[in-house]
Ligand binder design. Structure first.
Ligand code: IPE
Ligand code: IPE
Ligand code: MG
Length: 239
């Protein structure tokens, strides 16, 4: 075994619409089931000893969908945040956020702020909710924060990786070791572009609403056999 359980796993929770369509249901029904899967997998991840779990729930590009679908997803997020606290308390889960916060409806902003404050002292797994999140958008916002924090424009000539990392949404969270995508698509769709530079990728054919603890265990088992080189050469290998 090369690695144990990932310290930080990110999940692109994809396939809700297809799940519903295959059953002759409306897409929104798939999102409802997707939320249940998100709760199942959060519990499973916490039980398996993952320390940070980033859930990609809504991208900066997902606003392109019909207002009915977007409205339904926002409604689910609202409901999830309201009912989340008991679950977080029982499991000592600390909730955090990544994304363009200002672009969210104000009542959801309020719910997120409250949930973050209520769970701030919990020392179990940290769940980072990526809502209205885009990797490019995060990097742009990091640059804006950097330029506000440091006045001199000539800073850019000596720019280092750390200068950017410091202004990302959650600078203290380690880069994801593993990025999982459900529903068989082999792309990142703008998820954790900077942080995911050396993440191991795992694509599952299963649609997100069908995900269970066994699927997460299978992803972790696959991850545990990977050789991570980070651009280097392993001693005693490769001749
Ligand atoms: C993922 O499921 C949920 C969101 C992107 C909000 P989709 O809604 O993208 O499901 P498919 O890809 O159409 O099946
Ligand atoms: C990625 O899924 C975003 C989330 C899961 C929140 P999409 O369904 O939006 O991605 P594409 O459009 O297939 O790339
Ligand atoms: Mg999709």
């Amino acid at each position: 075994m090369e690695n144990a359980v990932p310290v930080h796993a990110g999940i692109i929770m994809d396939g809700n619409g297809r799940w519903a369509q295959r059953r002759g249901l409306v897409r929104t029904q798939g999102h409802l089931e997707g939320l249940k899967a998100a709760k199942r997998i959060t519990k499973a991840a916490s039980d398996l000893g993952i320390r940070y779990l980033t859930l990609y729930a809504f991208s900066t590009e997902n606003w392109k969908r019909t207002s009915e679908e977007v409205g339904f997803i926002m409604g689910l997020i609202r409901q999830y945040l309201k009912s989340e606290f008991d679950f977080s308390r029982r499991n000592r889960i600390r909730v955090r956020y990544a994304g363009d916060f200002e672009g969210l409806p104000t009542d959801i902003q309020k719910e997120i702020t409250e949930t973050i404050a209520q769970t701030a002292d919990y020392n179990g797994m940290q769940v980072i909710l990526a809502i209205n999140y885009g990797g490019r958008d995060e990097i742009i916002r990091a640059f804006r924060r950097l330029t506000t924090a440091r006045s001199c424009e000539s800073q850019f000539t000596s720019l280092k990786e750390n200068d950017i990392t410091e202004f990302l949404d959650n600078p203290d969270v380690p880069d994801p070791d593993l990025i999982i995508r459900s529903a068989g698509e082999y792309r990142t769709s703008n998820f954790l572009l900077w942080e995911g530079a050396y993440s191991e990728l795992y694509v599952s054919q299963k649609l997100w609403p069908d995900w269970d603890k066994e699927d997460l265990e299978a992803a972790i088992a696959d991850f545990s056999g990977r050789q991570r080189r980070f651009g280097g050469v392993l001693e005693g290998k490769n001749g």
